[in-house]
Every structure is written in C-alpha cells, then in structure tokens.
Design a protein. Structure first.
Length: 72
C-alpha cells in the first residue's frame, strides 16, 4: 500500500462527505461518517475493477477482426 493509494482513498472519503453536504446540509455526524467510509471503500472497489479490466483487455482491441483468407 503506497502513499498514492492512501491519498486516493482519503480523496474519495472527502468527496463523499462533500457530496452528502451538498444533498443534505444538516446531515448528522453518523451520516457523514457513513459517507466517508463509503467513499473510502468505493475508491478501492473502483481500483480493483480498473485493474481487472486492464488485465483482460487486449492490446489490439481497436484493430478490426482478421479474416481467414486461406483457400482449400
């Protein structure tokens, strides 16, 4: 776990807290804590999903499919 991961997770928690304040300015401390935890965990899930997609992507995904031009 690098410093960049910690910064990303903290930014996710902060963004979730600010989003909650925008929706409900009178939100209580428990709601803010729940939003922060959701943002913190959400960043981890998004990172995992992006890593999975990157590992399954082929480098020539934009290339047209090759057809078999061999004749019998």
């Amino acid at each position: 776990m690098g410093i960049l991961n910690i910064v990303e997770e903290a930014a996710g928690a902060f963004a979730a807290d600010k989003a909650l304040e925008a929706v409900d300015p009178n939100a209580g401390i428990l709601a803010k804590a729940a939003a922060a935890v959701a943002g913190f965990e959400g960043v981890s899930k998004v990172q995992d999903m992006m890593e999975d997609n990157a590992s399954t992507a082929t480098p020539d995904s934009d290339a047209p499919p090759q057809t078999d031009t061999a004749t019998d």
